[in-house]
Design a protein around this ligand. Structure first.
Ligand code: F6P
Length: 319
């Protein structure tokens, strides 16, 4: 393995930079050259890259986003988007590639293996934490802490005014970020894509909370469970009370990675690169029960709902 590529794909996640640093420095440790693909899959199609040295990843450990940049590039799933990737790969003459990203990027990685015979390994990075084969993905802890910080602030206003707040968090179709925000912030309610709900029942529970002496109601909505604007409107209509809405949105994605994410990213980035040098590929490295664990890169799909349901139950009992 003399020359490897590295790419960050999909939505940026805090910790992609420490993961990239680990990949580059591990490869240098093995005396290999590293080519950083700029702007994710689109960059691979357009042939934008830079040769990286150990020094290219200095001073990035604490930076959010990805210095390689990223791009949503669904075209790679089509024939038209595939041909230019083939051209770039021919030019780059890589012996292997590390993909840092989520499910979509791993589908791309699988395609690189199958259609271009390139050894690929994956490092799970997405704030959604929805990738099977790892208990936690890079970026989740930072995003969770950002959401906690925001909800703690909203709570002060909610309590002062006795208000109901509907707070929408990211997570695509997976509710773990919302469920854990709910536990960590003592939210009254959590609405998740994995659990059906109806607004009348929700309103009854909110009123029962006030009757028990609560001074506010914090309702965390996973973006996959419905629009906060709709839920806010429906509650207002039924209860005729002061209801406000906050959509946290992209605030959760950026910012300096937490200590946990820096360590996780360093471990996973290093371990994935070591796999390539050991001649093992077609694998993602995850963290399962606090141990590094490999799983197939192919057919990842979405993680099981089990973790979300367990946390939802805990939130319900403790609220
Ligand atoms: O997958 C990460 C994520 O932040 C999701 O939680 C969210 O649904 C999506 O990306 C938003 O994507 P974009 O930044 O492309 O709008």
């Amino acid at each position: 393995m003399k020359r490897i590529g590295v790419l960050t794909g999909g939505g940026d996640a805090a910790g992609m930079n420490p993961a990239l640093r680990a990949v580059v420095r591990t490869a240098w440790h093995h005396g290999a050259e590293v080519v950083g693909i700029k702007r994710g899959w689109r960059g691979l199609a357009e042939g934008t890259f830079e040769t990286m040295s150990a020094g290219s990843v200095s001073g990035i450990l604490h930076q959010g986003g990805t210095i390689l940049r990223t791009f949503r590039y669904p075209e790679f799933a089509t024939e038209a988007g595939t041909a230019p990737v083939g051209k770039t790969l021919k030019k780059l003459k890589l012996d292997g590639m590390v993909i840092i990203g989520g499910d979509g990027s791993f589908r791309g990685g699988t395609k690189l293996m199958k259609e271009f015979d390139l050894p690929v390994v994956g490092v799970p990075a997405t704030i959604d934490n929805d990738i099977p084969g790892t208990d936690i993905s890079i970026g989740f802890d930072t995003a969770l802490n950002i959401a906690i910080d925001a909800v703690d602030k909203i709570r002060d206003t909610a309590t002062s005014h006795g208000r109901i707040f509907v707070i929408e968090v990211m997570g695509r179709e997976y509710g773990l970020l919302a469920a854990q925000t709910g536990i960590a912030c003592g939210a009254e309610e959590v609405l998740l894509p994995e659990i059906p709900y109806e607004i009348d029942g929700l309103c009854r529970r909110i009123l029962a909370g006030y009757d028990r002496g609560k001074h506010h109601a914090l309702i965390i909505v996973a973006e996959g469970a419905g629009k906060a604007s709709y839920i806010t409107f429906e509650i207002k209509e039924r209860l005729q009370r002061d209801v406000r809405m906050v959509v946290l949105g992209h605030i959760q994605r950026g910012g300096s990675p937490s200590g946990y994410d820096r360590i996780l990213a360093s471990r996973l980035g290093h371990a994935a690169t070591e796999l390539l040098f050991a001649g093992e590929y077609g694998l993602m490295v995850g963290m399962v029960s606090n141990k590094l664990k490999t799983s197939s890169l192919e057919k990842k799909g979405r993680a099981s709902a089990e973790a979300v349901l367990l946390d939802a139950k805990l939130q319900e009992i403790l609220s």
